[in-house]
Design a protein around this ligand. Structure first.
Ligand code: UD1
Ligand code: MG
Length: 461
């Protein structure tokens, strides 16, 4: 989309976040697959700003390292309040830069459409400043919007500085603004920290603009949940619930059945390709993509994995792996580190796959560990088959050809190859390659010692 004036973005992310009581910077706490700051940056995508500046201070190295390409860190040292944060933008953004959209890194649920509406209104009105506001049922510690005659915005008063009657105001400052940078940047030098918190309040700029006769506007978002600020872990969890409801609602409207949305955790970064059913207690995370007609759960965790169309995953953990179409997984399977399972396979209970390629129509129905292995089309891995892929120092590959039958409770000591159409006798320890069409037997021959029990008991049979 195009804008009348060039659009620049700054995100305030320098604060300490004391109330999180965390070694992790507040804006890097995760919420449904992204950091708080990551959500704010993701919401900017449709606006295509000319540049995105992120004001960093407390733990600036960690926050800077987490920035995506295209975002630029600006240091604030020390952190003397939101007004002081914005002062740091002056050296990098000339006054004639156009519109500055300023966001808070701790207000992560903001919707792209709301930002688009804010910027459009600001530019249409040719305002000096436009504040995003909402009406909050419990406005708590948030800044209140003071309006004068004709409902014109006059000032923002912080809760800690507010008179009792001002605290009754339920219209609050979301911490998201549009500024005509030419008009706002010269005022920042006049901010004074003469308030309850001894900070340079960005919000004081509003009254200064009004006093100068500059037009100040507000855009009210009807959904107060999208501007929830996160200051502690209680608010983090509350925002998580709101975001999860939003994500789940979106997928249900798109044709995904969530049997119990309240216990279904789908990251913002996950994609469903068509219809699917998700049973209760599932976590679908990261870059996972769920195919059309797939059925997930109950109680499954799928992270950074691709699940094929019509595939069924019950009570299983799937991490960084790929599963083809029409395959059945679980209950109680564990696929990890690039397990690559084909179509129409069967991965049954207590089967673990690690870095294993498992071709179409192959089966491992019960109790197996297959690590660093390649399993050919139509192979059948018997119950209890284990690849000994690790010798204590190195990992070694196991290659199992097409249509191989591995009898139950076999141990395949890698590196080893079972050629196509070979057959392994149950209970074998296989240490040598098995040629195509051969039977590999690697176990002691059974001997029955007649009468042994009776002799031990000192009895005659
Ligand atoms: C701020 C607003 C308040 C608004 C609320 C919305 C001010 C004075 N108050 O209050 O009106 O209702 O947000 O959530 O602006 N930050 C810096 N550098 C600093 C201080 C803060 O970058 O020196 C960053 C923080 O990391 C945070 C954001 O600015 O991302 C907001 O700061 P915070 O201290 O959380 O302000 P609030 O008290 O929430
Ligand atoms: Mg805050």
């Amino acid at each position: 989309m195009t804008h009348a004036a060039p659009l620049h973005v700054a995100i305030m992310a320098a604060g300490k976040g004391t109330r999180m009581r965390s070694a992790v910077p507040k804006v890097l706490h995760p919420l449904a697959g992204r950091t708080l700051l990551g959500h704010v940056i993701a919401a900017l995508a449709p606006l295509q700003p000319q540049q995105t500046l992120v004001i960093v201070g407390h733990q600036h190295e960690a926050v800077t390292a987490a920035l995506p390409a295209g975002a630029t860190a600006v240091r604030q040292e020390p952190q003397l309040g939101t007004g002081h944060a914005l002062m740091q933008v002056k050296p990098v953004l000339p006054p004639d830069s156009g519109t500055l959209l300023l966001l808070s890194g701790d207000v992560p649920l903001i919707r792209p459409e709301t930002l688009t509406r804010l910027v459009a209104h600001h530019q249409e009105q040719q305002a000096a400043a436009t504040i995003l506001t909402t009406r909050m049922p419990v406005p708590g510690h948030l800044g209140r919007i003071l309006r004068g005659p004709g409902e014109a915005v006059e000032a923002i008063v912080e809760a800690k500085d507010a008179k009792p009657e001002q605290l009754m105001i339920d219209e609050i400052n979301a911490g998201i603004y549009c500024f005509d940078w030419a008009k706002v940047s010269p005022l920042l030098a006049q901010l004074q920290p003469n308030n309850a918190q001894g900070e340079y309040y960005l919000t004081d700029v509003i009254a200064m603009l009004v006093a100068a006769g500059e037009p100040v506007r507000a855009v009210i978002t009807p959904d107060w949940t999208e501007v929830m600020g996160i200051n502690d872990r209680v608010e983090l969890a509350a925002a998580g619930t709101v975001l999860q409801t939003r994500i789940n609602t979106g997928w249900m409207q798109a044709g995904v059945s969530l049997i119990d949305p309240a216990t279904t955790y789908i990251d913002a970064t996950v994609r469903f390709e068509g219809e699917a059913t998700v049973w209760p207690g599932c976590l679908i995370q990261g870059g996972s993509v769920i195919g059309d007609g797939a059925e997930i759960g109950p109680q499954s965790q799928i992270r950074d994995s691709l699940i094929g169309a019509r595939t069924l995953v019950r009570q299983s953990v799937i991490d960084q792996s790929r599963i083809g179409a029409g395959t059945q997984v679980g209950p109680f399977a564990h696929l990890r580190q690039h397990a690559d399972v084909g179509a129409d396979c069967r991965i049954g209970n207590f089967v673990e796959l690690k870095k294993t390629v498992f071709a179409d129509k192959a089966k491992a129905s019960h109790l197996s560990y297959l690590g660093d292995a390649t399993v050919g089309t139509g192979a059948n891995i018997g119950a209890g088959t284990i690849t000994c892929n690790y010798d204590g120092a190195k990992k070694h590959p196991t290659t199992i050809g097409e249509r191989v039958f591995v009898g139950s409770n076999s141990v395949l000591v890698a590196p080893v190859t079972l050629q196509a159409d070979s057959y392994i006798a149950a209970g074998s320890v296989i240490t040598q390659d098995v040629p195509t069409g051969a039977l590999g037997v690697g176990r002691g021959r059974q001997a029955n010692i007649e009468g042994w029990v009776w002799r031990r008991r000192g009895q005659e049979s």
